[in-house]
Design a binder for this molecule. Structure first.
Ligand code: NAP
Length: 283
């Protein structure tokens, strides 16, 4: 354990369980969330509350951001009481939100102008791995900052990989979420095709999961497919956001375009707040 004081901004589906793990490991954690009520559960567990991002970085050594998208992260960094509103020599910001590699590079550059260090560290894995401290953390940045962050990353994840410069972590995240979307779409299409030809959903999922095509995703999504209920673990609108970022990064493969349109249509049809597996409802 290091003695660094931790700040955490963004208490959504992912942020809350991740902070719980830092508290369990006896770190001093100060949280900030735009909707203040969401802080209460963590305050009850021993977290402190900060008035704004500026106060957090003044009082903490390392500040994590786990926010919806590029715009949210930029707002938290750049607003009047944002993380970069004053120079804070020697502090480290670790962004774990999924954002574009360009935004990661931009944030690193302006952080450094404020004498603040920056790591690009998005995560692979959803709410359950976040609860279990079993995320895979995809890091871009300097070896020095990575080594400083390691004791904390080791609590949040089962594996962290330093992949290259700032932005490379975000690129890896967009690539793995493309593969996730292919899996989700493929599973939904397979189940529907089988059902149409007289194979029950339950039997088809057994065939998938017991064979070489079964994987973590097919297993995790099986209960929701059987109950036809899709409470959000990873909301469909966030996967659509990530496919959009991948498109902006130049992903232009034969399967990408229909896949992107499928998730766009599902989101436009009002399925954005449901889990990614709800794609089956729009097929
Ligand atoms: P979420 O539940 O929607 O939470 C988003 C957080 O961002 C909330 O704390 C929200 O504050 C805050 N926020 C949004 N806009 C803001 C703004 N303009 N200013 C300040 N705060 C703002 O999202 P999540 O599921 O935790 O995901 C967080 C990030 O991790 C996303 O980039 C997502 O793509 C990525 N991710 C998610 C999963 C997953 O399974 N959910 C897995 C891997 C990666 P309020 O509470 O005030 O709305």
């Amino acid at each position: 354990m290091s003695t660094e004081k931790i700040g955490w901004i963004g208490l959504g589906n992912m942020g809350i369980p991740m902070v719980k793990n830092l508290l369990k490991a006896n770190y001093e954690v100060t949280v900030f969330n735009r909707t203040k009520e969401k802080e209460q559960e963590l305050i009850n567990l021993g977290a402190k509350s900060g008035a704004n991002p500026q106060e957090l970085i003044q009082n903490c050594d390392v500040v994590f951001t786990m926010l919806t998208n590029d715009d949210a992260v930029k707002e938290v960094f750049l607003s009047e009481t944002g993380l970069l509103s004053k120079p804070e020599t020697g502090k480290l910001i670790i962004n774990m939100s999924t954002i574009s590699p360009e935004t990661s590079k931009f944030l690193a550059e302006i952080s450094n102008k404020h004498q603040i260090e920056f790591l690009d560290a998005p995560v692979s894995g959803s709410v359950k791995p976040a609860q279990d401290g079993a995320l895979i953390i995809l890091v871009g940045g300097s070896t020095k900052n990575y080594e400083r962050a390691r004791p904390l990353l080791d609590i949040l994840g089962k594996l962290s990989l330093l992949l290259g410069e700032i932005g490379v972590g975000s690129s890896a995240k967009l690539a793995i979420n493309y593969f996730l979307a292919l899996n989700i779409q493929g599973l939904a299409e397979t189940v529907l095709f089988a059902e149409k030809n007289g194979v029950s959903r339950e039997n088809m999922l057994t065939i998938v999961n017991e064979g070489a095509c079964g994987n973590g995703i097919t297993n995790i999504k099986t209960p929701s497919l059987l109950s036809n209920q899709y409470p959000a673990a990873f909301p469909l609108k966030l996967l659509h956001k990530d496919l959009n970022l991948a498109k902006e990064e130049g992903l232009n493969t034969p399967l990408f375009h229909p896949l992107f349109e499928s998730f766009k249509q599902a989101k436009d049809n009002g399925l954005g707040e449901e889990d990614v597996m709800a794609i089956i409802k729009s097929l």
